[in-house]
Design a protein around this ligand. Structure first.
Ligand code: HAS
Length: 556
């Protein structure tokens, strides 16, 4: 990796050589997974739309599993760790200390090995269990061991972040930590707590069952443990995007963070409320009493609040910055945004997507409406405009400046322009695809099905036009994905050497965030109490009064 600066050669660099290399290693694995997942995504859209048939050596569910695992689990987790490491390095002095890097690299190795194991089993058609790996579908044990390694690797990477935070605190006694670091630590505390139940599911239920050591599995318990993890997983994707929105975007537009304390409070709320809400994914399942579901729905509606705080904060940041630049009248400030700067444009388009995405989430969370949309392709539409648009576009926007920062190169005007084009392709593709998904879902089209007209049933035939729009949207997304990878390759290897800013904004006004926000024992204590209240009794019931377990099934 000769293109990276050697350690200590420049004191002005945003992220010094060894730390930059670590971040870059995570980010490039993320984009390799992304590229493969985008290809699988396009193929499955074409198949479902009846525009192509798969060769006999593969099948729709294999491709769908590859797409879901690589996109939702691998791309996101690797990118997030790379981004968090870079920001922690940047805001704690430019370099991670050796121990933190050691944890970072150990985590990377475990995660790469785990990813390899999971991918190989999917390619061998031994694990077409989709990204939620719901029992009683049974994958090869190596698939589960691989995913477990990815989780353990991500824990090691987390220790690296915690240890950087601790060293900073030791050197800066009594000071509030930099906002980026605070947010990275909050995200990781949430992640560690959230991944414990899925680790239990994989280690104590799925692996022994798939190895044949146990003949049946407690389905209800395995799903509950999965969604205990599965909902905070979506916030693990969202919180780093929020970090970019709160900390980086204001700097890009020449503005400031609206309120440092508000941003910290929003993150603490996300930490507290994003975990005890998993039953909103299981509203239609028997075996969980309505009372417990209602508690989770109430908490779900509470976890919307930090997102509304974020929306408020972003509007305020934009308006204040726009007015300072001379924007007058009710919306004059809006015109003052740097519309031709991809570092702003891509995340901004992501924010726009998140408005209907969030509204759709609130619809999903309402018990009665969930009965209409659950297991329909509406839900697929929902998550494509949340994680696939709001989060992904933000990650792309970050990559456009982060990769040149890490490689000591410049984001050239041409790369910037191509990035704008790529953003438009992605946005149009995602808009068409998710609109078709939402519409079809409301008409009852199920999610996770290959091409079928259900023996020419009139309703199902009526979905076909939407399926084609969906496939066309998927095609545009694939073009955007290829373009993105080409631009990122250029920024990694070929762009001219030079300085690119790591944008970190300052707060609008000097303020000391309340010290309580950084008392981790308090917040971990609050989360633990809430988790015990929301999950303790239902899980106990599922263990004590379990239905006859299920043997494994292989449906492909
Ligand atoms: Fe969700 C299913 C409820 C947010 C992802 N969700 C999923 C699944 C995924 C997912 C992957 O209650 C499918 C899982 C599966 O495979 O089965 N979701 C919610 C709720 C929210 C929510 C209440 N979801 C997300 C986010 C995701 C994500 C974020 C990924 C990143 N979701 C559900 C439910 C289900 C579900 C049910 C189960 C459905 C079922 O039956 O299977 C909330 O957190 C949303 C709050 C967000 C807002 C929006 C705030 C807007 C902002 C943008 C501001 C814009 C600006 C731009 C500033 C209230 C912050 C300026 C604009 C100008 C015009 C100037």
């Amino acid at each position: 990796m000769a293109f990276l600066r050697k350690e200590g050669t420049a004191t002005t660099v945003a992220v010094e050589g060894p730390s930059a290399r670590l971040s870059l290693a995570y980010i490039w694995v993320a984009y390799i997974a992304f590229g493969l997942a985008a290809l699988a995504g396009m193929v499955q859209g074409m198949v479902r739309g009846g525009l192509m048939e798969l060769p006999s050596w593969t099948n729709y569910y294999q491709i769908l599993t590859a797409h879901g695992v690589l996109m939702a689990l691998i791309f996101t987790t690797f990118f997030i760790i790379g981004f968090l490491y870079s920001g922690v390095a940047k805001t704690t002095g430019g370099a991670l200390h050796r121990t933190a890097r050691g944890y970072g690299w150990s985590g990377w190795v475990l995660m790469v090995v785990g990813t390899g194991m999971a991918v190989v089993t999917i390619l061998m058609n031994e694990a077409s269990v989709l990204y939620t790996f719901y029992a009683p579908l049974k994958a090869h044990p190596v698939f589960y061991i691989g995913t477990a390694l990815v989780v353990v690797g991500s824990w090691l990477a987390g220790i690296g972040i915690f240890s950087s935070y601790r060293s900073w605190k030791r050197l800066n006694k009594g000071k509030t930590s930099p906002l980026f670091v605070f947010m990275a630590v909050t995200t990781y505390v949430m992640w560690i707590i959230a991944t414990i139940p899925v680790a239990i599911e994989v280690l104590f239920q799925l692996i022994p069952w798939s190895l044949g050591w146990t003949s049946t599995i407690n389905i209800m318990l395995s799903r509950t443990l999965f969604w205990f993890f599965g909902h905070p997983l979506v916030y693990f994707w969202l919180m780093p995007a929020y970090i970019a929105w709160y900390v980086c975007v204001p700097r890009v537009i020449g503005g400031h963070i609206f309120s440092d304390s508000l941003a910290r409070l929003a993150f603490i709320c996300l930490l507290i409320f994003s975990i005890p809400v998993g039953f909103h994914h299981q509203l239609m399942e028997p075996g969980i009493s309505p009372g417990w579901k209602m508690i989770h729905v109430i908490l779900t509606l509470i976890v919307v609040i930090p997102s509304l705080m974020t929306a408020f904060s972003m509007f305020a940041t934009f308006e204040i910055a726009g007015r300072k630049k001379g924007g007058v009248g009710l919306f004059g400030w809006f015109k003052k945004m740097p519309w031709t700067d991809v570092r702003f444009f891509a995340p901004f388009v992501g924010m726009l997507f998140f408005i209907p995405g969030g509204a759709g989430g609130i619809i999903n969370a309402s018990n009665q409406l969930n009965a209409v949309v659950h297991n329909t392709i509406w839900v697929t539409g929902h998550f494509h405009i949340t994680v696939g648009a709001a989060v992904a576009l933000t990650f792309f926007g970050v990559s456009y400046w982060l990769i040149p920062v890490l490689t000591g190169r410049k984001l050239t005007p041409t790369a910037n322009r191509m990035g704008m084009v790529q953003t438009v392709f992605w946005a149009v593709g995602m808009f068409l695809m998710s609109l078709a998904m939402h519409t079809m879902g409301l008409q009852g089209a199920p999610r996770r099905t290959s091409y079928t007209t259900y023996m020419d049933n009139a309703t199902a035939v009526g979905w076909m036009d939407y399926q084609r729009v969906m496939a066309f949207g998927g095609g545009l997304l694939f073009v955007a994905a290829v373009l993105l990878i080409l631009i990122l390759l250029y920024l990694t290897f070929y762009a001219p050497k030079g300085h690119t800013e790591y944008p970190i904004a300052e707060p609008e006004t000097e303020q000391q965030a309340p010290a309580i926000l950084e008392r981790w024992t308090v917040w971990v204590g609050v989360v633990t109490v809430l988790i015990v209240l929301a999950y303790g009794y239902p899980i106990l019931e599922q263990i004590q009064h379990q239905a006859p377990g299920s043997p494994p099934f292989r449906t492909w």
